[in-house]
Design a protein around this ligand. Structure first.
Ligand SMILES: Nc1ncnc2c1ncn2[C@@H]1O[C@H](COP(=O)(O)OP(=O)(O)O)[C@@H](O)[C@H]1O
Ligand SMILES: [Mg+2]
Length: 566
């Protein structure tokens, strides 16, 4: 017998299809906020206002002063796959707007009571009312140019999803975050967000990205950020990265934008963090706000409906340049924290490209910046104070160097070269000395024997826990070879420096820390000069290997301010 059952496959009605699509595009109120604000920005808004009630569950309203829509366009905007932003598949390459799928408005409308008020000229205005995807009314309205979308009772007709909404506070926080991201992307646009009448975010147009960061968070945080301006080939990286000494293990801000769009790409963040290697404590996470600009055909944004992921044609190259860009931002002596004065970088043409206008742009493959060379100390104006700090003047600041941290940085870079190159012969000791170690320390000596030899230590087991040291390095005249070895071996055996990913780097940092000249030693003028000269030719002169500064700067401006000269 032939089964005569009716066909079981049906094409879903449009509204059901929209509701399903809504699950991908707008999984929570914050996603509605994101889509509506992106539409406002795509429409060229200069001002975007967001209002929430009950975490967006009762009401989400986004108003803009953008291009608005005529009546026919307004109707079409609510139809699926209706967009004004692309016409054909080829337009997807290099698409510059946030949206382009024509999915958001119909998806939102299908799961809410939506009202759209819009005017393209400030004379004729239209109000559309849609309930659960069904158009309920089209009326004349009165308003200025721009668009207001009001979304009430989101997910009222999809109870399963409504049930999964989180507490109002959590939804509000997510909405603020969604607006924050877009406010970073567009410092030139004013944004505000109120929740149950309380203003949670309110930022005026800013000429510089760092001012936008200050307005969104705080001036204090902005002052810890250094400008990034770097270009290699087709890729330009701009933005802000935090000074190593001011990074903390928790609570950092991390945002990456590719061609102006926010992306969630842990690999790009990791590449940026790699730029901090040897200059930051391994547990600290620096704040990073980075903008990658590259030609549209080098990147595919059409990967995920929420459009967070990107596919680079040459990901390896992109990650490497991001690392170099951050490294170059940390390289100048000016990367040292200033005393008193706020961020002084003047504005430039683009809000993010401009932040570092006074700093040398990154030169591919060459990290020693011109600025460091320009800051050569003018001998003999070097002064040691408290047997610990060295003072000298640069063109526009008094630099104060911590002799231990500075020497640590210098030694670290030297030792890394020795460890990866030929090594440095130590001095054969006329009178070898002996030292006693614990069992774990003896194991550490065995494990690091080769590296110890490369920095100049030759250690022979004698008997039991005693070893003989027959050769030792001599990094400076006050060097105590026995004490340094004891401390070094104790560090290597214990967990200190354990967070360092790379064994060579860990060893070099430990050695540098223990071998460096200590605080409290009076230095000869020639020693001071040599230390500062070597510091200034280091790749990362302003940061020691623990994430502390080697230099602080007292800007001339600050002196002038304090003495009433300006
Ligand atoms: N705030 C707005 N101002 C002007 N036009 C808008 C606005 N919001 C939406 N539109 C129009 O509606 C269309 C559909 O919006 P949407 O569903 O978000 O799709 P997409 O943004 O992917 O094009 C947009 O292409 C745009 O032409
Ligand atoms: Mg859109």
């Amino acid at each position: 017998m032939i089964d005569q059952a009716a066909p079981r496959i049906v094409v879903l009605p449009e509204t059901v299809a929209d509701q399903i699509a809504a699950g991908e595009v707008v999984e929570r109120p914050a996603a509605v906020v994101k889509e509506l604000v992106e539409n406002a920005l795509d429409a060229g808004a200069r001002t975007v206002r967001v209002e929430l009630e009950d975490g967006g569950r009762a009401l989400i309203r986004v108003s803009d002063d953008g291009a608005g829509m005529g009546r026919e366009d307004a109707r079409l905007a609510l139809a699926r796959h209706a967009t004004s932003k692309i016409r054909e598949a080829a337009d997807l390459i290099g698409v510059a707007t946030f949206g382009f799928r024509g999915e958001a408005l119909p998806a939102i409308a299908s799961v809410s009571r939506l009202e759209l008020e819009t005017s393209a000229d400030g004379r004729v205005a239209t109000r559309l009312r849609v309930v659960g995807g069904r158009l309920e009314g089209v009326e004349d309205a009165a308003r200025q140019r721009g668009t207001t979308v009001t979304v009430r009772g989101v997910f009222f007709n999809t109870p399963a999803r409504r049930k999964f909404l989180r507490a109002a506070a959590s939804e509000t926080r997510a909405a603020v975050e969604a607006v924050t991201v877009l406010a970073l992307a567009r410092p030139d646009v004013a944004f505000s967000l109120t929740s149950d009448g309380r203003t949670l975010l309110d930022v005026a147009p800013a000429a510089r990205g760092i001012d936008r960061a200050a307005a969104l968070w705080s001036r204090e945080l902005a002052e810890t950020l250094l400008p990034v301006t770097y270009r290699e080939g087709p890729l330009e990286v701009t933005g802000l990265c935090q000074r190593p000494a001011q990074a903390k293990p928790a609570g950092r801000k991390a945002y990456v934008f590719v061609r102006g769009r926010p992306v969630r790409d842990p690999f790009l963040l990791r590449a940026a963090e790699a730029g901090y290697r040897s200059a930051i404590h391994p547990d600290d996470r620096p704040s990073l706000i980075l903008f990658l600009e590259l030609p549209g055909d080098a990147v595919d944004v059409n990967v995920h409906p929420a459009k967070h992921e990107v596919r680079f044609r040459e990901r390896f190259f992109v990650e490497r340049v991001v690392t170099d860009a951050v490294r170059a931002a940390l390289a100048p002596l000016e990367a040292a924290a200033p005393i008193g004065a706020g961020p002084g970088a003047p504005g430039g043409p683009g809000p993010w490209a401009g932040v570092g206008a006074d700093l040398p742009a990154g030169v591919p493959g060459e990290l020693l910046p011109a600025a460091a060379a320009a800051a050569e100390p003018r001998a003999p104006a070097l002064l040691q104070v408290f047997d610990t700090y060295l003072l000298f003047a640069t063109d526009d600041a008094v630099a104060i160097v911590d002799q231990h941290s500075a020497h640590e940085r210098v030694l670290y870079e030297t030792v890394m070269r020795q460890l990866t190159g030929d090594g440095a012969p130590g001095q054969r000791l006329l009178l070898p000395f002996t030292l006693d170690f614990t069992t774990p320390e003896l194991e550490a000596i065995e494990a690091f024997r080769e590296l110890l030899a490369r920095v100049g230590y030759e250690v022979e087991p004698l008997s039991g826990r005693t070893v003989a040291v027959t050769m030792a390095p001599n990094p400076h005249p006050r060097f105590d070879a026995a004490r340094c070895l004891q401390e070094l071996v104790a560090d290597l055996a214990g967990g200190r420096f354990g967070g360092w990913a790379n064994r060579l780097e860990r060893f070099a940092a430990t050695f540098a820390c223990r071998a460096a000249i200590k605080a409290g030693h009076a230095l000869e003028p020639a020693e001071m000069r040599e230390l500062v000269t070597r510091l200034l030719s280091a790749t990362l002169p302003a940061h020691d290997v623990h994430g502390r500064p080697t230099v602080v700067q007292l800007p001339r401006e600050e002196l002038e301010r304090r003495f009433g000269r300006r």
